[in-house]
Design a protein around this ligand. Structure first.
Ligand code: UD1
Length: 422
């Protein structure tokens, strides 16, 4: 297992480019299953989550090859199995994205139940409901979601969940409905840019999907879909993390290739905290002014503040000039970073779904442990700001979602090394 060793306290300066979006890419790889042939995705980030999805597709009989550093070819001609095994799905719950396309094209799928994750239970009831509404039989057997259908028939399906729309269920329903009979209308669909990206890719494959980006998506089933070539959008969460690296170190960082419109609420929130953010020509430039002003934020489905940037924002607010309140509107228990930030000198008290952060003047280096991807990013940010040496352990979580994080941060002037844990 590797760890990061960070000598903090240096303002970061320079420019980095955003990687391709992990969360857009994962369902897009699964969408390749809807056609028979080779689908080529460009701007695919090199991440362990992408390798896990590749392994899931290989388990189904697909051939996956890197044709360039960020070009991935998914050849589905050999697909002859319909089971996504426990050993892979337990590594990454986004593996559930093969459920919809397998049902759409083959009318059968067995996908291991993903189970919980480090920040709480994450059910798949909406995914199951979506398929049942189209006429599939879905049972839970031996820890697997086992789905079959003689035919899938389009219908009006409401996907409201307890925390608002579900991205994953919206993706699965769109993919199954693309090859169903008739018209499916998804009410309370996810509106995230990554969902719109999938809508666009399905369109490029010949699907008839309308309303991407709105709360109602209409899918008119077609008989077959064709493979396509598609360039994956930039990763908004990765971009936001490097923006925060500039802010938390009082530095001057530009992130190129990020879509500022999608990050507009995040950028507005940073400005409220007194951080200078300039947006031009597809680049976001940030100049940190510490201490930041305290804030009250609440995460929620797009266009609200993204939960995937909450831990990193909490790290920044630990250096605010007063008391901040962070309410988690999606995952009430997503505060694994809090006790680790406390080890670095932050004052964070958590009563789910709320964290109260009393800003401190300084953070100090310490040993901290990563428990999930974005918590890990938050600890790296805090370590970059902290005086002295911070050891961030278990960074395999970070490798799930950030390509070459240490290289990008080093190019900005950070002192960060990847070492094998003793
Ligand atoms: C996606 C993102 C993840 C992000 C999350 C919320 C990917 C690969 N992952 O995950 O990084 O943190 O959106 O923005 O894109 N829910 C149910 N029943 C279901 C499905 C979901 O109750 O069947 C609940 C979840 O517990 C959660 C909320 O709905 O509270 C949103 O989850 P969802 O949008 O489905 O998240 P994912 O697609 O898994």
């Amino acid at each position: 297992m590797d760890k990061y060793v960070i000598e903090g306290g240096r303002p970061l300066r320079g420019t980095v480019a955003a990687q391709g979006s992990k969360n857009a890419c994962l369902p897009m790889m699964a969408a390749a299953l809807l056609a028979d042939g080779v689908t080529t995705l460009r701007n695919v980030p090199r991440l362990s989550d992408i390798e896990t999805m590749a392994a899931v597709l290989r388990a189904l009989g697909a051939t996956i090859e890197w044709e360039g550093p960020h070009v991935l070819a998914v050849d589905t001609r050999g697909v002859d199995k319909y089971v996504a095994p426990y050993d892979l799905v337990r590594r990454m719950r986004a593996s559930i994205a093969v459920l919809g396309p397998l049902m759409g094209r083959f009318r059968r799928a067995e996908v291991s139940l993903p189970g919980g994750c480090a920040f709480g239970p994450r059910p798949v009831d909406l995914h199951i409901k979506a398929l049942r509404e189209l006429g599939a039989t879905v049972e839970l057997e031996g820890g697997y979601v086992v789905a079959r259908a003689a035919a899938l028939k389009g219908k009006r399906v409401n996907l409201s969940g307890p925390a608002g729309p579900s991205r994953g269920a919206t993706a699965n329903l769109m993919m199954a409905a693309a090859l169903a009979e008739g018209v499916t209308v998804i009410e309370d669909a996810a509106r995230e840019p990554e969902t719109v990206e999938l809508v666009n890719m399905l369109g490029a494959m010949g699907a008839r999907v309308e309303g991407g980006g709105s709360a109602e998506i209409t899918v008119t089933g077609v008989d077959r879909l064709e493979p396509c070539e598609y360039e994956v959008m930039a990763d908004q969460i990765e971009a936001g993390t490097y923006v925060l690296a500039g802010a938390i170190t009082g530095g001057d960082v530009t992130v190129e290739g990020a879509d500022a419109e999608y990050l507009s609420l995040f950028i507005g929130t940073l400005r409220e905290a007194g951080v200078t953010v300039d947006v031009s020509n597809g680049a976001i430039a940030v100049r940190g002014n510490l201490p930041v002003a305290p804030l009250e934020i609440r995460t929620g489905p797009y266009p609200a503040f993204p939960t995937d940037l909450q831990p990193q924002m909490t790290a920044l607010l630990s250096l605010a000039s007063g008391r901040s309140v962070v309410v988690e509107g999606i995952y009430p228990d997503r505060f694994n970073h809090a006790p680790e930030l406390v080890r670095l000198g932050a004052h964070v008290e958590v009563t789910p779904p709320t964290a109260v952060i009393n800003g401190v003047h300084r953070l100090y280096g310490a040993y901290v442990m990563t428990s999930d991807l974005r918590a890990g990013a938050a600890l790296v940010l805090a370590g970059l700001a902290a005086g002295g040496e911070t050891n961030v352990r278990r960074i395999y979580h970070i490798d799930r979602g950030y390509e070459g994080m240490e290289d990008k941060l080093t190019s900005l002037g950070a002192a960060i090394r990847r070492l094998e844990e003793e």
